[in-house]
Design a protein around this ligand. Structure first.
Ligand SMILES: CC(C)(COP(=O)(O)OP(=O)(O)OC[C@H]1O[C@@H](n2cnc3c(N)ncnc32)[C@H](O)[C@@H]1OP(=O)(O)O)[C@@H](O)C(=O)NCCC(=O)NCCS
Length: 392
């Protein structure tokens, strides 16, 4: 116990727990770097497949490498029939993140090589998980709405194929492009909560499926990946631009958060939000529902002003602020926004698990074991004397 009994609640802010070559976030400058590349340079010029290759294999693929990697991903897309049958037994109102999380150990059960811990076997597992996440989410959406499952289409890339399996029709060019950009932007973000959860489990030498299962659980929380769902619910609750200010005042007065703003690391607008904003505008306009974008813009402006006035501090956009209206305008059900985040972040998680388990001295894989400060004062400074059951 520390002497002055002060409560420690910093949540590891400012603590460096490992070295990594995968990505970096410069919160002051608003820079996000994937293996040396600024995300702004990658967002609109690469496919998610290229980014997954970059994260897993430390290089942007050349044409031949991309062709091979894409073929590998396509081959691994099929979800074992037994897993689909198991999903059909789940209550239709199950939370989609729970469905995703529950599916991962089932994928492990179908890994014939599960006892093989070689780098190649673990890379295969990463490819398999990246390939299968979209199919699990799409299958769950079809099952819960009583529709036939749409098998993957080998003609389509990762982004288009997910939308195709979800809705049963090939997306138009805008939807495919914007969804791909969304996948690229959400793929990796250094030691955020879910990545740290995955790495922490990987540090025990548990297998990749166990690590990724932890990552999905962590992402589901509303302060992390779950925030994109809350942003859309918030926009719907507000309903129109003229109600924005009342909403902000009510929420802040009640001590509640405005979702999609604020970040543990960024001290300027999240660069990903700035890329997603114009896409959200285009898509909302395209479906004749520009008000979602308009409400978002007013909410951004008024929340920033309210923070200046109330807390004498600046608050900034995070990635979830505009992904919400973008995905909504693409016809993705709101409760699938966080699973969609996971479809992308699985690339980052698996890259981190590989780094944690195989990077050797560079990343110094070590079992994470932080200290805690014991503040239990049940019997004063001494230990309690044991009371037998009949004397309690
Ligand atoms: C992400 C988040 C948990 C980071 O919190 P943090 O590390 O404590 O951020 P800061 O240190 O900058 O917060 C400073 C203050 O602003 C408050 N704050 C931060 N974001 C806020 C928000 N979106 N709405 C209301 N208040 C917020 C904090 O509670 C804190 O208040 P306090 O000083 O009275 O304790 C927080 O910004 C948040 O809850 N955001 C909304 C949820 C969200 O969008 N999550 C997705 C993140 S990518």
């Amino acid at each position: 116990m520390n002497d002055n009994h002060s409560i420690i609640n910093k949540g590891l802010r400012g603590v460096t727990v490992a070295s990594t070559k995968i990505s970096d976030v410069d919160g002051q400058a608003g820079k996000l770097i994937y293996r040396g590349y600024l995300v702004q340079d990658l967002a609109e010029r690469t496919s998610f497949e290229e980014i997954a290759h970059l994260l897993l294999f430390e290089k942007l693929p050349d044409e031949k490498e991309l062709e091979n990697f894409t073929a590998r991903l396509k081959e691994a897309r099929d979800i074992p029939r037994e897993i689909i049958e198991a999903l059909k037994t789940r209550p239709a109102d199950s939370l989609p993140m729970d469905i995703l999380q529950a599916s991962i150990p089932m994928i492990a059960n179908h890994d014939p090589d599960i006892g093989n811990y070689s780098l190649e076997a673990c890379q295969d597992r990463a490819v398999s998980l990246i390939a299968k996440f979209p199919g699990i989410i799409a299958a769950w959406e079809r099952i819960r709405s009583g529709k036939n499952i749409v098998p993957p289409n080998v003609e389509l890339g990762h982004a288009a194929n997910f939308l195709y399996m979800l809705k049963g029709e090939t997306p138009d060019d805008d939807a495919e492009h914007f969804f791909n950009v969304g996948l690229v932007l959400h793929a990796e973000h250094s030691f955020n909560a879910s990545t740290f959860a995955a790495r922490e489990v990987a540090s025990t030498r548990a297998h990749m499926y166990a690590a990724v299962t932890a990552g999905v659980g962590s992402l589901s929380g509303e302060l992390h990946g779950g925030a994109n769902v809350r942003v859309m619910e918030m926009l719907k609750r507000i309903g129109s631009v003229d109600k924005v200010e009342d909403y902000i005042n009510r929420e802040l007065d009640a001590g509640r958060v405005i979702f999609g703003l604020g970040h543990a690391v960024y001290k300027t607008d999240d660069p990903r939000a700035l890329i997603l904003a114009p896409m959200a505008e285009i898509m909302c306009k395209k479906i004749g529902e520009s008000h979602w974008y308009d409400i978002s813009k007013r909410l951004e402006e008024k929340t920033k002003a309210a923070f200046k006035q109330r807390k004498r501090m600046d608050i900034f956009l995070n990635v979830d602020f505009f992904s919400a209206s973008l995905y909504y305008a693409m016809g993705i059900p709101t409760d699938l926004f966080t699973p969609v985040f996971a479809i992308s972040r699985i690339a980052g998680w698996t890259a981190h698990v590989l780094e944690e388990q195989f990077a050797g001295a560079a990343a110094k894989p070590a079992l994470y074991r932080p200290e805690s400060d014991y503040i239990g004062d049940y019997c004063g400074p001494e230990e309690c004397s044991f009371t037998p059951m009949d004397e309690r």
